[in-house]
Ligand binder design. Structure first.
Ligand SMILES: Nc1ncnc2c1ncn2[C@@H]1O[C@H](COP(=O)(O)OP(=O)(O)O)[C@@H](O)[C@H]1O
Ligand SMILES: [Mg+2]
Length: 226
């Protein structure tokens, strides 16, 4: 089965009296345990595609199927619930809750979707350990380095055992060495858990961590070698 199927997705933003087609005829199939790197310059539609794939944004036309569910027609409530349990996001801006510790930033995800507390605690501790944050779990976000915050965000995205994890430029704020470390962790974690992933980047040095590379230019996708 596919973790994600985008078929002929189009997204038009109205901006004043101008229409911007941020995505056009976007068709993409991500396998169950596949990591796809989505590579393209700034403004090419990467965040738009990721937001549509995760049900944060509705396409103007086309269909979005996540783990066999066609979410295109879901109403808001159903979409929110679906997102909470099936999709993990790592946003470009990381977005940790500033007054919660690293561990609590993971636990709050399970809480919001009504997961039992005991298993959530063990899962959070295990994820933090695997991400090399065992000794940092009681720190607040501003007591963590950029790389550590990014790793907390990865743990948070995987907390609810999603089938699909979406990463928006996870290494853009990190130096090359830290970026490599974070990509290695992402690959290890999603492969071990059988999670499918789309990793958006404009950094071609990071694409060797993916199983497949897809290029995006002006809202259009093209498969690419290498
Ligand atoms: N909310 C919005 N309203 C109008 N235009 C937008 C909006 N969001 C993005 N765009 C435009 O859509 C295009 C793609 O944006 P985006 O998906 O953010 O690209 P990327 O993530 O690759 O930088 C850009 O031209 C951008 O200016
Ligand atoms: Mg973007």
């Amino acid at each position: 089965m596919s973790a994600l199927q985008l078929s002929d997705v189009r997204k038009v933003y109205r901006s004043g009296d101008q229409d911007i087609a941020a995505l056009d005829h976007a068709t993409l199939d991500v396998g169950d345990d596949e990591i796809v790197a989505l590579v393209g310059p700034s403004g090419s539609g990467k965040t738009t595609l990721l937001s549509i794939a995760g049900g944060l944004l509705r396409p103007t036309s086309g269909s979005v199927v996540v783990a066999g569910h066609d979410i295109s027609g879901y109403e808001d409530k159903k979409l929110t619930a679906f997102r909470g349990s099936e999709v993990g996001f790592v946003f470009q801006s990381v977005n940790l809750v500033p007054f919660l510790t690293a561990r609590e930033n993971l636990l709050v995800v399970a809480e919001m979707t009504g997961k039992p507390k005991g298993p959530a605690r063990s899962r959070a501790d295990q994820l933090l350990e695997e991400l090399g944050l065992g000794g940092r779990s009681r720190n607040l976000p501003d007591q963590l380095s950029g790389g550590e915050r990014q790793r907390v965000a990865i743990g948070r995205a995987l907390m609810n055992e999603p089938g699909l994890a979406l990463f928006d430029e996870p290494t853009s704020a990190l130096d090359t060495e830290m970026g490599e470390q974070v990509m290695t962790l992402i690959r290890t974690e999603v492969k071990e858990r059988g999670v499918a992933a789309v990793v958006v980047t404009h950094d071609t040095r990071m694409t060797h961590f993916a199983d497949r590379k897809v290029e995006i230019t002006d809202g259009r996708l093209a498969a690419s070698g290498g």
